[in-house]
Every structure is written in C-alpha cells, then in structure tokens.
Design a protein around this ligand. Structure first.
Ligand SMILES: Cc1cc2nc3c(=O)[nH]c(=O)nc-3n(C[C@H](O)[C@H](O)[C@H](O)COP(=O)(O)OP(=O)(O)OC[C@H]3O[C@@H](n4cnc5c(N)ncnc54)[C@H](O)[C@@H]3O)c2cc1C
Ligand code: FES
Length: 385
C-alpha cells in the first residue's frame, strides 16, 4: 500500500506509539481540567527563571551560556527557535532574543551562544558580567525559523553569518542526534578563521555524516588558507550545491549578510518562497533606509510624552522601544524585530518612521498602533503604552 505523506514526518512513529498507549491506558492519562492547565503552562510559560549552569568560551568574542531551569522542566522547542532573555542592566530592564543552539533532544538545558556587539548593552553584559549560578528571566521558546516538513524541501541550503550560526547548530545537532532524513549544505561566513563559532564540531560532524556539508567562507583569510574566501556569492553556492531545484534556502545573520546574499541568490533565479530568513533584531542605521527623511539625523532629538505619565527625550536613530526602556518604563517585548506584536504602543500624536515591509495588522494601522521595536521617532510624540 502507498505510504501517506504524514508517515514521513519526523517523529511520526513516536506519535503513533503515544496514541496506542493513550488508548490502552486511557483512564490513567486523560488529563483533568487543572492538569490540562499545567500542561499548557509548561508548553507556553509566561516567564521562565533560568540558571546559568555553565559558561563555555567558543571564540575570543563568543560564549555559550548553558541555562537550566530553576523551577521545573524546560518547555520543548523546535530546532531554530529562540528564547528572549530579560536582564536588568544597570537601571534598564530590557530584553533580547537569542536562538537556542542546543538540540531539542537535550531536554535538561538550553544553550544560547552570544557574540559581542561593539557597545552593545546586553551582549556585553552577558559576556562580561554574568557568572555561573546567576539566574535570569526568560520567555518560553518562540519563532517561526524552523524546518517544516509540509513546506520545505529535505535538502536545506543554510547561509549563516557570524552569530547567525546558532539556529543552524541546533538544526544540525537535531538531524545528527535523531538520524533524520535531511541533507544540509551549510555556508558559514566569517571575517577570519578565528571567528568561526563551533568550527571543530561542525568539521567533525561533516566528516562523519555524509548528509552534512560544511563550507566556511572567510572574508580576510591568511595567505595559506585553502578554503573558500571572500563573501558568500551565488557562484560559490552554485559551485557546491549544483542544481538549485528541490532545495530550500535558510538565511540567518546580521543585516549585511541579507544585503549581500539576497541579491546573490536572485542571480540563481531562486523563487522568493524558497528562501526563509530569520529576523535578527531591529534595523541598524535606520537613517540609511529608503524613505528616511533626509533632514533628520540619527542624533536628532524629539520629545516623547507618555499619556498619563512622564515625558522624555528620544533620539531619532534609536527605536522607540529602546528609548522607552532607558526611561525605566517596562514594555513587553519578545522578538524585537517587528514580528510578534508584543511591544505595540499607540501613537496619539506625531509620526514615527517604520521601514518598508514592517508587518502591522490592518486594525492596528487604523487605530494608530505601532511595533515600538521597529518604530523611530521623526516628530515629537504622544504615546499610550
Ligand atoms: C530571533 C533572533 C535571534 C538572535 N539570536 C542571537 C544569537 O544566537 N546570538 C547572538 O549573539 N545574537 C543573537 N541575536 C541578536 C541579539 O538579540 C542582540 O540583538 C545582540 O546581542 C545585540 O544586543 P546588544 O544589547 O548587545 O546591542 P544593542 O545595545 O541593542 O545595540 C548596540 C548597537 O549595535 C547595533 N547592533 C545591534 N545588534 C547588532 C548585531 N547583531 N550586529 C551588529 N550590530 C548590531 C545596534 O544598532 C546599536 O547601534 C538574535 C536576534 C534575533 C532577533
Ligand atoms: S518585540 Fe516583537 S514586534 Fe516588537
């Protein structure tokens, strides 16, 4: 008999076994009302308290923080998803998302791997100040950047830059841990070989598993370097993967990676629906975006008045969310990339700049709500939080 497509899903057999067990032991396992709530809270907790159980130096500018639960089991996640950390850095309570680099099969901890951003508030705090044994507040796992067997091809072409390797590390570890039927071509761009995060592990995995191909691409290599050099171009990708058909492309990294690699993939005539890209934070250098009012500089200051609260000064080049947080005002946030809607505020007076493609629900637009993480003041504002 022909196999149903669902039989090919990862974990299909496990689900069938669970259904059989449920039928057999129905009385014992049908959850009661409160038990159901416990399950839901475990899967989608409002907040987690995580303990730093280990700090692992990966490169001179990168560390992995191994995080265990301080209050019960960790919620499951899909390889590629992120958690948001909510540290208090000096007077500022803020949040930043970090992809989980450990695989979902590792249920005892989440690893997050943080690279230093020059003058960055949270990355420097996590790299320099956090110690083993400290606790930190976090969200549950979230995000849409994962392999979906209904939509994606089994051959994944992954393009990573710098710390953008982290979701791919989780995916690759997941594939090799569970022996999944998938092929991965990982192109990983870095400035020098010293910057390659997980280099030894990736090289080792690629030498053991015929379905994982690791292609580091080094911008400024030593003269003796024999691998691929420069940036990740369409020609480099084509040379390694050959035919681009029946392959889904996944990209993750800083803005510069998208700016360079998306046009390169266009040269290979890959349809947009075959390219998945992870969000990687608010736009940097918003004043260089198309449509930005020329007379307004990054440092131009505007007054933001919170209805029923205080007023403060905000710089045009800084997201409204970051400016609000600097005043010690807490606004919920998760993705900080304009996707999850958690940070919505209502603009009652004045204008903000939102880069083209910012996703806002139609009803939000009608009633003046914006995602404060990707909105930048270009006039004096009155807002409702
Ligand atoms: C879904 C998602 C997953 C992420 N996963 C990871 C991860 O696994 N590892 C990791 O290290 N980071 C990851 N990030 C980025 C992370 O959330 C922070 O943005 C990053 O650590 C910088 O925060 P900061 O507070 O140090 O810098 P900020 O104080 O927020 O920024 C300081 C300055 O640096 C610029 N800047 C901000 N972020 C970057 C950047 N990434 N590259 C270059 N310049 C930047 C800002 O525009 C600003 O000028 C992820 C982001 C998203 C949205
Ligand atoms: S925090 Fe997700 S949209 Fe702003």
């Amino acid at each position: 008999m022909k196999k149903g497509i669902w039989e090919e899903f990862d974990g299909y057999q496990g689900i069938i076994e669970e259904i059989e067990a449920a039928k057999k032991y129905r009385e014992q396992i049908i959850p009661g009302r409160y038990v159901t709530k416990e399950y839901v809270d475990r899967l989608h907790p409002a907040r987690l308290t995580l303990k730093v159980s280990d700090l692992i130096e990966e490169t001179p500018s990168t560390k992995t923080l191994r995080l265990t639960s301080s209050n019960g089991a960790l919620p499951p996640f899909l390889a590629g998803q992120y958690i948001a950390l909510y540290p208090v850095v000096g007077p500022i309570k803020t949040g930043r998302p970090y992809s989980i680099s450990s695989p979902p099969s590792q249920t005892g901890h989440y690893d997050i791997t943080v690279r230093r951003v020059e003058d960055g508030l949270v990355s420097n705090y996590l790299l320099d100040e956090i110690k083993t044994g400290d606790t930190i507040e976090a969200s549950g796992p979230s995000g849409q950047f994962y392999f979906n067997p209904l939509v994606h091809d089994k051959t994944m072409v992954c393009i990573a830059g710098g710390s953008g390797i982290t979701p791919f590390m989780s995916m690759i570890r997941d594939i090799t841990d569970r022996g999944l039927d998938r092929e991965v071509f990982l192109f990983y761009g870095n400035r020098t070989t010293k910057d390659i995060i997980f280099n030894d592990e990736l090289a080792h995995i690629a030498s053991r598993f015929g379905n994982i191909h690791f292609i580091p691409v080094i911008e400024k290599p030593a003269k003796s370097y024999k691998g691929k050099c420069g940036f990740i171009t369409g020609a480099t990708v084509k040379e390694v993967i050959g035919n681009t058909k029946n392959k889904t492309f996944f990209m993750c990294g800083p803005q510069g990676l998208y700016d360079f690699c998306l046009p390169e993939l266009e040269t290979l005539s890959i349809p947009g629906r075959k390219i998945r890209r992870e969000l990687y934070g608010p736009p940097t250098q918003i004043w260089k975006y198309p449509g930005w009012p020329k007379k307004i500089k990054a440092e131009t200051a505007f007054t933001v008045s919170v209805k029923g609260g205080e007023s403060f000064t905000a710089k045009a080049g800084e997201s409204l969310l970051a400016s609000i947080e600097k005043e010690g005002i807490a606004v919920p946030s998760l993705c900080r990339s304009g996707e999850c809607s958690m940070c919505r505020v209502k603009v009652l007076k004045g204008k903000v700049f939102q880069p083209a493609g910012t996703l806002v629900r139609k009803s939000d637009r009608w009633f003046g709500y914006v995602h404060s993480c990707v909105s930048f003041p270009i006039e004096d504002l009155e807002i409702l939080i």
